[in-house]
Design a protein around this ligand. Sequence first.
Ligand SMILES: NC(=O)c1ccc[n+]([C@@H]2O[C@H](COP(=O)([O-])OP(=O)(O)OC[C@H]3O[C@@H](n4cnc5c(N)ncnc54)[C@H](OP(=O)(O)O)[C@@H]3O)[C@@H](O)[C@H]2O)c1
Length: 246
Amino acid sequence: MQIKDQVVVITGASTGIGRQTALSLSKKGAKVVVGARREAKLQSLVAEIKTNGGEAIYAVTDVTNFTQVQNLIDLDVSTYGRVDVLFNNAGVMPVGKLNDLSVAQLEQLVDVNVKGVLYGTKAALPVMHQQGSGHIITMGSNASHVVVPEFAMYASTKFAVRAIMDGVRQEEIGQNIRVTLIAPGTVNTNLYESIGDPVKQQQSKEFVAVHGMQPEIIANAVVYALEQPENIGVNEILIRDVEQAD
Ligand SMILES: NC(=O)c1ccc[n+]([C@@H]2O[C@H](COP(=O)([O-])OP(=O)(O)OC[C@H]3O[C@@H](n4cnc5c(N)ncnc54)[C@H](OP(=O)(O)O)[C@@H]3O)[C@@H](O)[C@H]2O)c1
């Protein structure tokens, strides 16, 4: 399908993969509706898209709050009349042994990485049913498939969204709704700022500097999933630097 004129909602679009995907899709003619918590970053993203001749709007959106997620979808529908694509991208990655992570960090992982995906999907599906089509893309990870020490909790959230998306895919058969999980290995973004422990953060940043994929690679995967014929669901794209083992 052509990306031109599709209306795409992206959560966690203030930085990293979400931001890059908004830029890449708008260059192909999509209208993008971006959400995240940091308003100044959303404003500069929208300004950049408009300067490049694209169309974009934003709403400050904390994905842990269903009302704010619903408002993002409502803003989209009142402006553009439809939601062709929802990209549930927002995520955080505090890292550490379960025993060492705080209760607040555990809750944040579930609230952003899992509930945020549930809320986005729940808000978008009724609109997609009404319009008779739609595409839900969710950000998984290589950690949707593998778990290593200190990533038990992060991986559990990414396993969960893989299960949720495959369930939604099957539940929505007959509704003309496509479902895709994008599952990258290490990507060179600010995600590693959310690790928490300064020593682990430094170690991870060193690995990222050498083996982190650029966000454009992940945005290209989103483009691939969107550009397939309407009857083709690209259900998952698992993508790693060739030197990344797990
Ligand atoms: N980088 C990697 O190696 C990698 C690998 C696999 C998967 N991923 C996944 O890719 C996604 C994007 O991460 P990234 O790598 O692009 O990192 P990033 O640059 O840190 O982006 C994370 C985004 O999530 C948003 N976010 C965090 N908490 C939020 C909340 N409560 N409500 C709304 N937005 C929130 C942030 O915006 P605000 O702070 O402005 O709200 C930011 O825009 C995440 O789901 C991550 O798990 C990343």
